[in-house]
Design a binder for this molecule. Structure first.
Ligand SMILES: [Zn+2]
Length: 139
């Protein structure tokens, strides 16, 4: 077993998941990469089916991604419509969102300066601020 596989198994166990072959494949797609990966559940399922030529159920992908998100290995991004995106970059950062291509691009948190924030409702605190810049092709 490679160190990477050991690492995936640890991640799965930490997230309360049994390390099945399919879930290890999911880990490979998610975590074996240099650059940030933004995806929806259906996109990830499609990639897994194409790349590994296997019947992986949407439910397996859904459960695994949500367990990772709960544990902090993935971040969920809301972009203001009903599409749910996930992000392998779990540190605080912002995004460009291209509605034409459904693509998310990372922006470093120091590239955005927030000068004023609203007072949260009583008894609540702000945990994080994420800004989405919606972009489109220049005409
Ligand atoms: Zn991101």
């Amino acid at each position: 077993m490679t160190t990477q596989e050991t690492n995936y198994i640890a991640k799965l166990r930490n997230s309360g998941l049994r390390p099945t072959k399919q879930r290890i494949k999911i880990c490979e797609v998610l975590f074996n990469r240099e650059k940030t990966f933004h995806f929806s559940i259906s996109e990830l399922t499609k990639i897994l089916r194409l790349q590994f030529n296997q019947k992986i159920s949407l439910a397996t992908v859904y459960n695994t991604v949500h367990a990772f998100q709960k544990k902090g290995y993935l971040k969920e991004i809301s972009i203001g419509n009903d599409m749910s995106y996930f992000d392998t970059n779990t540190v605080s950062h912002h995004h460009f969102y291209d509605a034409n291509t459904n693509e998310l691009i990372d922006i470093n948190s120091h590239e955005v300066e927030i000068k004023k924030t609203p007072t949260p409702p009583s008894g609540k605190k702000i945990d994080d601020i994420e800004v989405t810049f919606k972009i489109s092709k220049k005409i």
